[in-house]
Design a protein. Structure first.
Lengths: 563, 961
């Protein structure tokens, strides 16, 4: 570059460089260095690359912009000559003319160089910290670059320290996550699958039990009708001679026995007994098998909360004494009835608030009582209560199975989902949730599962969303985001959703929560899992640029002092 | 459990209330109709009959057959009582007598006397006022029909807003009877047994308006509201149950004040025999050309908070101006302004429904007030607009920043959110001048306070915005004051009695609004207005700096718990003096006025205040901007902004706008872009959105949307000098105006509302439909008018080809692109622009101007440019530049060139070329559009400052004129 000395703004022509004027040239160089603030950029507002491009043909007296070839005087002459607005890097003349309009380059010595929109040049507001964008009014803007540079350096150094620590922790998290993926993950899937199997079995059994009871009740109904017509039959055990629904195999369940089809033989006692026992124990058993899981507990809680009937029935079932061990075949009818009737009596007892020990809890007390049940109305009532109980048990089991199914799916999803660039967030599955109180709400982030909001004034929890995916930064400097979707529906609005923006740090914490639009939450968190090498490298590079910029600023200042 | 239940009940109730308020409030059936109001129905019926009679007479019959006036008194000049001129020569008084047809059958005709006064306010503005009505019942036989009813209230018991609304600069002219030759103004009162007419002025000898005044002071029916649940109708003293109120009626159910019977109602019929159609009567969502209401419902003027309003309904909206422009082309356009501020209905009816014959009948009727009518003699639409501004005051000159782009949302959450928005605007290089804070910025909706958790240092924020970007902040203040002990405004108001009172005149009225139970400031009381004005100082409004401006909302007033969502008519104002129903429509106007005064005082008159109001009344233009309230994000609401704003312009409001993007709902990106393109050419340009909507700041939709929105905003900023000049120099003619204001004799465009003019120079015909396959633009004027299509911005700065069209052309554009806008500059105009993008208006003050000269067929063009400091009142002392720009043909007629001359016509008080912020008003380039379809550009003309007393530049053209 043989044109360093030329300050284009000052309109000095650069073509004359005869030996005679060389000393003038040198003075000009010196003057230009002193006057043009960005020492290396002689073309005002042009970054080194742009300058190089625009001045490529300066010797021939023209420059190239889009399809035009314009005289070099048109550069930075405060008039937009180029159709694409690329002839005015140092003025605002092309501001807004085209998307290609050149940006103004501030060298910002002591701080970082910056590219401004052309609209910022000479607009009366100081935008560059060195004030070079307001060159028409020198002295209006103070040079704040050194202070800003110092502040930025301190900040960056602090950050880099924390990021380094965060990166270490991220490695630990990654290891933890990998380990969990290998062991805990598949194990959980297996466990959930086993649970699902149990629930499915329970559901099948209950379904069978329910259908049998329904069939039995139907039978009972018809028997009672007959008994009412002929009271004598009722007194005898004639009803027992009818088809016993419990003896049916599942395959034949659909054929409803009618009173016209007499059964040849009653059911063997053992079979009945076993059937009964299986039915009764199928429901409560699984939850006790390996201790109730959290979901199990919540499931129960939900049911206890929402469906009292079911809960009491479950209670009844699980705390009931063993069902009849010895059943006389001649009392088959009564015994068959005794189970539902017993349940009903228990239910009545609850209703009447009797004390437990008065509850005929002992089957031995119950049996004679049931044996004496002769009242057809009571019988009918018992039977229908029994059927509805069976139905509700069955539905509870269906729900349980569905729930297990969802859990399994969730476990499988967790197993396949990626939690962040290196899966580090996966490790948080075993970590406790993070809380933050904001105003009257407490926000709880359970990484990486869900986000909830709790009102401290009562009003219940609101789910802000389930984990959806991790969105990696699409541009440098953008945060890593974790999206949560399908939260609880807002009143009069959409479902709640949430985004967490992570910044790298050595601690995991909620920094800020806001609701920028209704039912959409933005949470800023710090977390080691968001740390990445590139950011640290960039920060170090920035520090290096800053250091060099600071040094050159110091050298400048020293030069001024000499002058 | 009990607690839980009560909570549930509470929640349910609140839900139901909110549902009623939010979802269904705009439903048409929720609001009162004319036929549910005794006075309205009665006047309407009378008006129809009168009009019928008029038409019958005009058709050549004698009219007597159909001229059934029924119970309405029709006036005629009393024989033997010649009009008198009063002492100071201002008013011409005369007495007319009237009686009903029925009365005349009974021999009682003429048993009622009415004193009418007519005055010429200026040569072209006339006031007609009924002074006193009295019956001469002592001469009447005993069979006088309605003698048992209460007499109408005396004039001193009628609220008269005239003195507050009318701001005539010059003293009224003396008025004489005709016959005194040489009088500049005279009025002829003439009449026969049937009617009275007043013809004003010599000019107005052709003035096609003759008002018939009608005062209805003998009610035959009143409505009683018994037990709050039943409506009964008293007819001749007999009380008969009328209807059982159903649930919806509860919305507006309120017992009427005993004093406010229909006997106070007043009406005026005005026939405009030469009018083609009527415009005006803001605020409504009807077409610009008012519909025939004969078979529908009258247009209601009653200020109500009707959010998500329905379109094309005669529904009362946020503001009222009973101003009708009877449009009759360039020579026959006149106007009528009705004064009462109570609930008003207006019937508009063309004399000939088929539209062949000219003539429009307009019937104003109000529940209360002094019957007072101002007539504007026109005869050009712009003359009517100027006369209205002359009467009710010119529009407030807004500070320059207010004409820029406003970025608002309910709500920017906290200081960091505001900073974020500000930073994003800068990062995306989107110009913006004002950021807004809605109600959530306050501490529990207590206005004049800040929620310190979200806004710990609002003063710092304001200074930061102002010093880094030249941006301003606007906060909201509503008229309802939270009833909370310890809240300073509430305490002061209670102590000093600033609140509106209940019907008893003593107890403070309270109603529900945003903060819950609230009281309402009594802005009708001048002393209270003064007190309110004194609150706008940092002492009373913490953290207020000179960069803070005010937005007054909910000032209809909106009362969630009140009838029709507003204040009951029997609330009392001014220490119990006036019932609210008498002055309802002017309440919001008073609030804006008090706030405007407050900002002016608080800044010691140095700074022009900016106050935005939702409610308005006649004369509101003097106090700032108005917007169209809570609209919705759909295409129909985008389209309706045009007739709404044009109608508001007819009512005298210059600085008006609509929420960009629509307040409720989420606009599609395309709708949002189109909305920006439309609103960039409407005076008040603010994007605003409801709390429940998704964020929609311009940069959130990515390309190409952000670029298109930026381009629209940029075009607005480029035209700021033009907008500013229009507001400063047009004398009250609104900058956004119907095509009919510029081309009154082009019958094709009288009703146009898909395009409009910005000043005289620019025609705006934007796309207001979703992805149209075809966009049609009808160019107004005759074939001698040239229209230059302003193309893409970048190309405009360089020489090239330009599309020229002629008036009357219809131009078709197939599938216009998202960035494509349709603006045309009219041949014969000069528009000053600033073509450099800046981050705010303040950042552009040093920028040079570009003059866009569009030549007419003979090479002529004129325009003007107004410059002042953009913020103070110094312009009133003459501290401004007004440059008249004009082309002159070159000496050599054959040369392909044109001279552009500039001449300063201001008082010349500012001679220092850098008086305004050091801005020398330099000229960057001149772009000339020539009729041959070429655009010539003169780079950096040899003019050191536009503000030189005289300069001229020769621009070479590529072709001869």
């Amino acid at each position: 570059m043989d044109r360093e000395g030329v300050d284009w703004q000052m309109g000095h022509s650069s073509h004359r460089s005869g030996r005679r004027y060389r000393w003038v040239g040198w003075w000009l160089i010196l003057l230009a260095i002193l006057l043009s603030h960005p020492a290396h950029a002689q073309l005002r507002g042009a970054s080194p690359e742009v300058e190089k491009r625009l001045l490529a043909h300066a010797a021939e007296g023209y420059f190239q912009c889009s399809q035009q070839r314009l005289p070099i005087d048109a550069l930075n002459d405060d008039y937009c000559d180029c159709v694409d607005g690329t002839d005015e890097p140092g003025t605002a003349a092309c501001s807004g003319v085209s998307p290609h309009t050149l940006r103004f380059y501030c060298s910002n010595r002591g701080y970082l160089p910056e590219l401004l929109h052309a609209s910022r040049v000479n607009d009366g507001f100081c935008d560059c910290c060195d004030g070079s964008d307001e060159w028409q009014r020198p002295g209006v803007c103070n040079d704040t670059c050194p202070e800003r540079g110092d502040a930025l350096r301190a900040e960056l150094e602090d950050k880099v320290g924390r990021w380094e620590a965060g990166r270490q922790q991220r490695r630990l998290l990654e290891q933890k996550a990998a380990a969990r993926r290998q062991r805990r993950g598949p194990q959980m899937v297996r466990e959930h699958r086993a649970q699902l199997h149990i629930a499915q079995r329970a559901e099948r059994r209950l379904s069978r039990w329910k259908r049998r009871l329904e069939a039995y009740t139907k039978l009972l109904e018809s028997s009672l009708e007959r008994a009412e017509l002929t009271p004598a039959t009722h007194a005898t055990a004639g009803m027992g001679a009818e088809t016993d629904p419990l003896s049916e195999t599942p395959a034949s369940e659909d054929e409803h026995p009618t009173e016209d089809v007499p059964s040849s033989s009653p059911v063997p006692d053992e079979l009945l007994d076993e059937n009964m026992q299986n039915e009764l124990q199928a429901v409560p058993q699984p939850s006790h098998a390996d201790g109730p899981t959290a979901t199990e507990r919540s499931w129960r809680k939900r049911h206890a909360h929402g469906r009292e009937g079911v809960a009491s029935a479950k209670d009844t079932a699980s705390s009931s004494p063993t069902p009849p061990q010895q059943l006389e075949s001649e009392a088959c009818r009564a015994v068959t009835l005794s189970w539902p009737a017993y349940v009903i009596v228990r239910a009545w007892q609850r209703v009447l608030q009797l004390r437990r020990r008065d509850l005929l809890a002992n089957y031995r007390i119950l049996r004679p009582l049931l044996g004496r049940v002769r009242d057809a109305t009571a019988l009918r009532r018992d039977a229908s209560a029994c059927v509805s109980l069976a139905a509700s048990e069955y539905h509870a089991a269906v729900r349980q199975r569905e729930h297990r199914h969802r859990e399994l799916e969730e476990a499988q999803r967790q197993q396949t989902a990626r939690y962040g660039p290196s899966d580090a967030f996966y490790a948080f599955h075993d970590e406790p949730c993070f809380q933050k109180q904001v105003g009257e709400h407490e926000f709880e982030v359970c990484l990486p599962r869900k986000v909830t909001q709790r009102s401290s004034q009562g009003g219940g929890n609101a789910l802000l969303g389930h984990f959806e995916r991790v969105q990696e930064p699409d541009a440098p400097g953008k945060p890593l985001r974790m999206l949560f979707e399908n939260g609880d529906r807002c009143w009069h609005g959409p479902t709640r959703h949430c985004v967490i923006e992570f910044t790298c740090s050595n601690v995991t914490d909620i920094l800020h929560v806001e609701e920028p639009e209704k039912c959409f939450y933005r949470i800023r968190m710090s977390c080691p899992a968001a740390c990445n090498e590139q950011a640290i490298r960039d920060a170090r590079e920035t520090l290096e640029v800053l250091r060099r910029s600071r040094e050159s600023a110091r050298a400048d200042a020293a030069a001024w002092d000499i002058k | 459990m009990g607690l839980a239940w009560s909570r549930w009940v509470e929640v349910l109730l609140v839900t139901a209330l909110c549902l009623a308020l939010l979802a269904d409030a705009a439903e048409w059936h929720k609001f009162r109709k004319c036929d549910e109001l005794a006075f309205c129905e009665r006047h309407r019926e009378a008006g129809r009959r009168a009009a019928d009679g008029e038409y019958a007479r005009r058709r050549g019959g004698d009219g007597s057959g159909s001229f059934q006036l029924g119970n309405i008194t029709r006036w005629h000049v009393l024989r033997g009582a010649p009009p008198e001129v009063d002492r100071d020569g201002r008013w011409l008084r005369f007495v007319v007598a009237g009686g009903s047809e029925r009365a005349s059958q009974n021999g009682t005709a003429g048993s009622v006397r009415l004193e009418v006064a007519v005055a010429a306010a200026t040569e072209t503005i006339f006031a007609v006022r009924a002074l006193r009505a009295y019956s001469v019942a002592e001469h009447a036989p005993r069979r006088w029909l309605w003698r048992r009813e209460a007499p109408p209230p005396a004039e001193e018991d009628r609220f008269r807003p005239t003195d507050d609304v009318v701001r005539l600069a010059e003293p009224p002219l003396p008025l004489r009877r005709r016959g005194t030759d040489g009088d500049p103004a005279c009025a002829v009162v003439d009449g026969d047994a049937e009617s009275t007419w007043i013809t004003v002025n010599d000019r107005a000898a052709q003035l096609p308006s003759y008002p018939m005044l009608r005062i209805q002071h003998q009610p035959f029916r009143i409505e009683l509201y018994a037990q709050g649940m039943r409506v009964a109708r008293a007819q001749r003293g007999q009380l008969t149950p009328h209807a059982v109120v159903n649930a919806r009626d509860l919305w507006y159910m309120h017992p009427l004040d005993a004093n406010d019977t229909a006997s106070a109602s007043v009406a005026a019929d005005v026939l405009f025999p030469r009018a083609q159609c009527a415009l005006g009567l803001p605020q409504h969502t009807l077409n610009l050309r008012l519909p025939n209401t004969h078979n529908t419902t009258p247009i209601r003027l009653y200020n109500l908070d009707v959010f998500e309003y329905e379109l094309e309904k005669e529904l009362g909206l946020y503001g009222s101006i009973p101003m009708v422009m009877a449009f009759g082309g360039s020579n026959d356009t006149v106007g009528a302004l009705w004064m009462p501020a109570s609930e008003t209905y207006v019937d508009v009816r063309p004399v000939d429904p088929s539209g062949r014959d000219r003539g429009v009948h307009v019937h104003f009727y109000s529940e209360h007030g002094v019957p007072e009518l101002f007539l504007f003699a026109g005869p050009h639409p712009q003359a009517v607009a100027r006369q209205l501004a002359q009467l009710t005051g010119p529009p407030a000159m807004p500070p320059l920043f207010a004409l820029g782009y406003h970025q608002s949302r309910w709500n920017y959450l906290d200081e960091s959110d505001v900073r974020q928005v500000n930073a994003q605007l800068d990062a995306h290089d989107i110009p913006c001048d004002v950021l807004w804070l809605d109600i959530e910025h306050t501490d529990a909706k207590k206005y004049f306070t800040w929620d310190v958790r979200k806004f710990p240092h609002p003063d710092r924020l304001q200074r930061e915005l102002a010093t880094r970007s030249g941006r301003q902040l606007v906060t909201i203040v509503d008229p309802h004051i939270k009833s909370e002990p310890g809240y300073s405004v509430h305490e002061a108001a209670r102590r000093h009695g600033w609140y509106v009172k209940q019907a008893d005149g003593v107890t403070d009225y309270d109603g529900h609004c945003w903060p819950g139970r609230s009281h309402y400031i009594d802005f009708a009381d001048a002393a209270v207005r003064q007190a309110w004005a004194s609150r706008f100082t940092p002492e009373h409004y913490p953290f207020m700096t000179e960069h803070l401006h005010i937005w007054v909302d909910m000032n209809e007033p909106s009362v969630f718990s009140g009838p029709e969502g507003t204040m009951p008519k029997d609330a009392r104002h001014v220490r119990g003096r006036w019932a609210h129903g008498q002055l309802h429509n002017i309440y919001g106007h008073y609030m804006q006025r008090a706030t405007f005064q407050g900002l002016k005082q608080g800044r010691h008159g140095r700074q022009r205040p900016f106050v935005l109001s939702r409610s308005f009344f006649t004369g509101t233009q003097r106090y700032g901007a108005v917007w169209t309230g809570d609209n919705r994000a759909d295409w129909a609401h985008l389209r309706v902004t045009v007739p709404m704003l044009l109608s508001m312009g007819v009512g005298g409001l210059s600085f008006v706008g609509a929420d960009v993007g629509g307040f409720f709902g989420d606009p599609s990106p395309e709708l949002l872009v189109r909305w920006y393109q439309v609103a960039a050419f409407q005076p008040f340009f603010r994007a605003h959105a409801h709390l429940d909507t998704k964020r929609r700041e311009p940069w959130l939709f990515g390309e190409p949307y952000t670029a298109a929105i930026r381009a629209a905003i940029e075009e607005r900023y480029a035209l700021l000098p033009y907008w500013y000049t229009l507001l400063a120099t047009e004398g009250g003619v609104p900058p956004m105006r119907p095509l009919a204001y510029e081309f009154p004799d082009d019958a094709e465009v009288t009703a146009a509302q898909s395009s409009w003019m910005v000043g005289a120079a620019l025609l705006v015909a934007p796309v207001m439909q979703e992805a149209p396959s075809l966009h049609l633009v009808d160019l107004p004027g005759d074939a001698s008018v040239l229209w230059y299509a302003l193309g893409e911005r970048a190309s405009r700065l360089h020489a090239g080809v330009v599309a020229v069209h002629r008036g009357g052309d219809q131009v078709e554009y197939a599938a216009p692109g998202l960035q494509q806008t349709f603006t045309y500059q009219r041949g014969g105009t000069v528009v000053a622009r600033r073509e450099r993008r800046r981050k705010s208006a303040a950042a552009a003050v040093n920028d040079p101007y570009t003059l866009h000269v569009a030549l007419d067929a003979r090479g002529g063009a004129r325009g003007r440019l107004y410059i002042d400091d953009g913020r103070s009142y110094a312009y009133r002392q003459g501290a401004y530049w007004l440059v008249e720009l004009q082309t002159e043909a070159p000496e050599d007629q054959t040369a392909a060139a044109v001279w552009l001359c500039g001449r300063r016509t201001d008082p010349g008080l500012v001679t220092d070329a850098t008086a305004f912020d050091g801005a020398p008003a330099t000229l960057e380039r001149i772009v000339v559009y020539a009729p041959c379809g070429q655009r010539a550009v003169l780079k950096r003309p040899n003019v050191t400052s536009l503000a030189q007393p005289h300069w001229q530049v020769r621009v070479a053209l590529p072709c001869r004129i």
